[in-house]
Design a protein around this ligand. Structure first.
Ligand code: SF4
Length: 490
């Protein structure tokens, strides 16, 4: 490990795990506090919409709106630079992980950094948005390099800056970014988990936001926190719109041993599970949970993905029942991937189970199993729905009825609805390409150029859902409006 390498990591959307891991892999990295960025980031998105909507018939954007946006971003970033002054001046790299942000935000942010930070610092962008499919649209990004590969590419680059060619690192040249390859997958062991603070002992903190400042309140006792991923990283369902991939693997033993090695006298453990479909391999997750429940007085699960059809499997059902009956598990917060209630919608979405379309019978059983599952005071659940390119009054009405029933069962249930996002390279993208809205301002990736987008790589259908639906009331109102308009796409 070269102790003189340092890196400032800025996560745009998503979580900061790659930056945690960089420390574990020997690249000292300081992550800029995500909460601070999140607050400004939400506003960035809102401002972007204003920017795009201000487009005039001559194709120009309204200068007042543009200035307002630049003014806001500069003010926020000035504060950030002064708060982390020494870190910025000491670092060799500034890396941005672009997960769920837009092209415009990325351009503005890299532009700002390129103008303000002293060279020879290197500004790099990586993450899910930097891919083969999006490369042609990234030329305006003011970065020294793009990481098109895995975390290993950046780690390799940071430790070996003398080496000219690193697979996965694309350097800015006169005519755009050039490089080759994608790097190699990472395996995480116990030591990396601990060094990366992915498993750690820490007081619980609560962030309180007042008008003028952000206050961090810490509890008096330490908890063990563990973010668990890479145990079973493949989901066999192959949904037509799915773009989730994971090239990081770990093992149950690595987690069990990491938790044991940081545990002293803490009584509580907080576990967040990030794998795509843990119910496909419940035995592996049970091993971790059994070990944690044995060693601690209370266990809190703050994130766990539930595929409602997988929930019907014998092993998965047994696993979930055992967790709910376990007195040590005090709170169990989950995401239940329901998406739709009708097989017609499942068809248009490409909502699959082991590669085959979910049938009405399966979807009806899902409805029942969700109702049984959430009828438990330990559970808090978030249930997302996706609108397909073809919906009818009936399919929207069915969602409304279901949402109404679910919300009556448990107060700690929330729902959201969004339009299908067809990521570049997915089946949904190929199927619906002629109908997609370009997410790239000024470019036409599909046949239609519409100045309305949110995420960088994702393409949406033209429904005003982005004014976002972060609470049940808005979601229901939106669905009612759509139903009353006899919403249908083609
Ligand atoms: S259930 Fe479908 S959308 Fe979810 S991870 Fe699996 S393939 Fe992807």
């Amino acid at each position: 490990m070269s102790s003189d390498i340092s890196n400032i990591g800025i996560p745009l959307g998503g979580h900061g795990l790659p930056f945690n891991l960089m420390n574990g892999f020997g690249v000292p990295t300081k992550m800029i506090h995500p909460h601070f960025l999140k607050r400004s980031f939400l506003l960035f998105n809102g401002l972007e919409l204003a920017y795009l909507e201000s487009r005039e018939p001559n194709g120009r954007y309204h200068p007042g709106v543009v200035n307002e946006i630049y003014g806001y971003i500069n003010k926020e970033m000035d504060g950030l630079l002064s708060a982390y002054d020494k870190d910025f001046s000491d670092s060799q790299f500034i890396t941005i992980s672009a997960c769920d942000c837009s092209c415009t935000t990325l351009s503005w942010l890299t532009q700002y950094l390129a103008e303000r930070v002293e060279k020879p610092k290197l500004i790099g962008v990586g993450g899910p948005l930097v891919r083969k499919e999006t490369l042609p649209y990234l030329n305006d990004i003011n970065a020294d390099f793009l990481n098109m590969g895995d975390l290993s590419s950046f780690v390799n680059y940071a430790k070996n800056t003398g080496i000219k060619e690193i697979p996965g690192i694309y350097k800015k040249r006169k005519h755009g970014f050039e490089g080759f390859g994608t790097g190699s997958p990472q395996v995480i062991n116990k030591d990396i988990l601990v060094k990366s603070n992915i498993v750690l002992s820490s007081p619980e903190t609560e962030i309180e936001e007042t008008k003028d400042s952000i206050i961090v309140n810490k509890s008096n006792e330490n908890y063990i926190f563990a973010k668990i991923f890479g145990i079973e990283s493949k989901c066999p369902n192959n949904c037509g719109y799915c773009a989730s991939k994971s090239n990081i693997t770990s093992s149950t033993e690595a987690y069990i041993n990491a938790i044991k090695s940081v545990h002293t006298d803490e009584k509580k453990a907080v576990l967040s599970f990030y794998d795509n479909n843990p119910l496909m391999a419940p035995g592996k997750y049970k091993e971790i949970l059994d070990s944690v429940c044995e060693a601690f007085d209370s266990v809190f699960i703050t994130s766990f993905y539930v595929d409602p059809t997988a929930l019907l499997n014998k092993d998965a059902k047994k696993f979930m029942d055992s967790l709910l009956k376990n007195d040590k598990i005090e709170k169990f917060t989950m995401f239940i991937g329901r998406e739709c209630c009708d097989e017609k919608t499942a068809f248009y979405l490409g909502r699959n189970y082991f590669g085959k379309r979910r049938t009405q019978k399966m979807l009806d059983k899902e409805n029942q199993s969700i109702k049984t599952l959430i009828n438990n005071e330990k559970i808090a659940a978030h249930i997302p729905y996706i609108l397909a390119p073809v919906e009818t009054q009936e399919t929207i009405g069915n969602r409304l009825t279901e949402i109404d029933e679910l919300l009556k069962i448990n107060d700690a249930v929330s729902v959201t609805v969004q339009t299908l996002k067809a990521n570049a390279g997915t089946e949904a993208y190929k199927k619906y390409e002629p109908y997609l809205i370009s997410p790239f301002p000024g470019y036409t990736v599909s046949n239609i150029e519409v100045p309305f987008f949110r995420s960088f790589e994702r393409s949406y259908f033209e429904v005003g859902l982005d004014k976002n639906l972060n609470n049940n009331e808005n979601t229901i109102k939106l669905l009612e409006d759509l139903r009353d308009q006899n919403f249908g796409r083609f």
